[in-house]
Design a binder for this molecule. Structure first.
Ligand SMILES: [Fe+2]
Ligand SMILES: [Fe+2]
Length: 282
C-alpha cells in the first residue's frame, strides 16, 4: 500500500489510540504563546490522574531532579514548559497503550523495554551533541516502533505474516515487512504521531528510522534515533563506520560514537531507572 492508501485505511479506524485532552490543550496553549506557569499547571491539574503521574515522574530517580516537587506549578517552574509537555506525552503513551494483544512469542513488555531504552539513548545523544531538544529525542525513541503495536491490534494478518517471516529467516521486522506486508510500522507510526500533533522532526524521525535519506536540512533527530535503535539492538556494540550521515550531523555524532564507552554506562543506569518508572505494572 502506498502512504495515501495506508492513511485512508487508518483514518477509518474509529478507536485508534489518542492522547488525553490535557496534552492537546497544553499544545494549543504553548503554540499560542499564551503560556504561564499558572495556566500550564491549571490545565494539568484538571486531570488528577495525570497530575499525580507527572509528580511521580518528576520526583522519580529517573528524572534525577534534586528539588522535590510537591505541586504541578513547582514542577513546571523547575522543568520548563516543553519538558512538562513532553512528560505528559511520555506518561500518556505508556498509559494509552494498555492493550495486551498477543501474537505467538511477541513479548509486549520486551517491546516497551526496547522503546524506553531507545528513548533514553536518543535523549543522551541529543544532550551530548546538542543537535536537538533532548525531550523531543526521548519521545521519538519512545514512539519509534509504535506502528508495530498498531499493526498487531488492527492489522493482525499483516503482523502475523511479518512475524512468521522474521522467525523463519531471522531477518529484521523492517526487512520482513518489505517482503510480505502491505504496510510498514514506520508509515503507521508516523501517521499516529501526525494525528497526535507531535512536532514535525519527531514525525520525520519515526517515518525514516529504517530508511535514511540524506538531507542538508536534517536536524539530527533521525540520526540520533537510528544510532540509539542500533545501540539498543546490538547490546551497545556498533561500528560507527557503518553509519554515514550528512556531514554536518556526522561531525558531531561520530566522535560521540567513537567514545561511547565514556557515556554508555551512565545511559544504562538511566535506562534501568526509566524502565522502573515506565514499565511499572506493564
Ligand atoms: Fe523500527
Ligand atoms: Fe526499534
Amino acid at each position: 500500500m502506498d502512504n495515501k492508501t495506508i492513511w485512508m485505511t487508518l483514518e477509518k479506524i474509529k478507536d485508534l489510540p489518542t492522547l488525553p485532552s490535557v496534552y492537546f490543550k497544553l499544545n494549543q496553549l504553548l503554540k499560542d504563546n499564551q503560556a504561564s506557569i499558572e495556566k500550564v499547571a491549571h490545565i494539568i491539574e484538571l486531570d488528577p490522574a495525570m497530575s499525580s503521574r507527572i509528580l511521580h515522574l518528576v520526583n522519580s530517580a529517573f528524572y534525577g531532579v534534586r528539588q522535590e516537587s510537591s505541586s504541578i506549578a513547582h514542577a513546571v517552574m523547575i522543568l520548563g514548559f516543553n519538558a512538562v509537555k513532553n512528560a505528559v506525552v511520555s506518561v500518556a503513551i505508556l498509559d494509552t497503550f494498555t492493550f495486551k494483544d498477543r501474537y505467538e512469542n511477541f513479548d509486549i513488555t520486551e517491546f516497551w523495554r526496547h522503546a524506553v531504552s531507545v528513548a533514553v539513548l536518543s535523549k543522551q545523544l541529543a544532550e551530548r551533541s546538542r543537535l536537538v531538544t533532548p525531550e523531543d529525542a526521548f519521545i521519538a525513541g519512545l514512539l519509534h516502533d509504535i506502528g508495530k503495536i498498531i499493526m498487531l491490534k488492527y492489522f493482525k494478518e499483516d503482523f502475523g505474516k511479518v512475524w512468521k517471516t522474521m522467525q523463519k529467516t531471522k531477518c529484521s521486522f523492517a526487512d520482513a515487512e518489505q517482503e510480505v506486508a502491505s504496510m510498514d510500522h514506520v508509515q503507521v507510526g508516523a501517521y499516529l504521531a501526525r494525528k497526535w500533533q507531535l512536532p514535525e522532526p519527531i514525525i520525520q524521525a519515526i517515518a525514516g528510522h529504517h530508511y535514511y535519506l540524506s538531507s542538508s536540512e536534517s536536524t539530527g533527530m533521525i540520526e540520533s534515533l537510528m544510532l540509539a535503535d542500533a545501540l539498543a539492538n546490538s547490546k551497545y556494540q556498533i561500528n560507527p563506520d557503518d553509519y554515514v550521515f550528512e556531514s554536518h550531523i556526522e561531525k558531531t555524532l561520530k566522535p560521540l560514537m567513537l567514545k561511547s564507552d565514556s557515556w554508555i554506562s551512565q545511559a544504562m543506569i538511566e535506562i534501568d531507572l526509566a524502565n522502573e518508572f515506565f514499565l511499572e505494572g506493564k
